[in-house]
Design a protein around this ligand. Structure first.
Ligand SMILES: [Zn+2]
Length: 83
């Protein structure tokens, strides 16, 4: 017997309905399913998910903050003061 649990606040990527996604475990794997439409997805292991989220966050923040600063420094004293 498979126990399905609703994911609070989750939005279905297919029909865009809120609180229609359920999650359940079967054969050691976690699945996500929409009760409103036919959407169904196999969930990746939780460790990989959090690792991916961290990496994406870092990549998004670092270049945005670093690039403008570097450009300003370069045009100012970058060429003369370097080496
Ligand atoms: Zn749906």
């Amino acid at each position: 017997m498979v126990t399905k649990r609703f994911i609070a606040g989750a939005v279905c990527p297919r029909c865009a309905e809120i609180d229609r996604l359920v999650t359940y475990e079967k054969d050691g794997e976690v699945f996500k399913e929409c009760v409103s439409c036919a959407f169904k997805e196999k969930q990746v292991a939780q460790v990989e998910l959090s690792e991916l989220a961290t990496r994406v966050n870092t990549e998004e923040v670092v270049p945005e903050a670093a690039e403008p600063v570097r450009l300003v420094l370069d045009s100012g004293k970058g060429k003369a003061g370097d080496s």
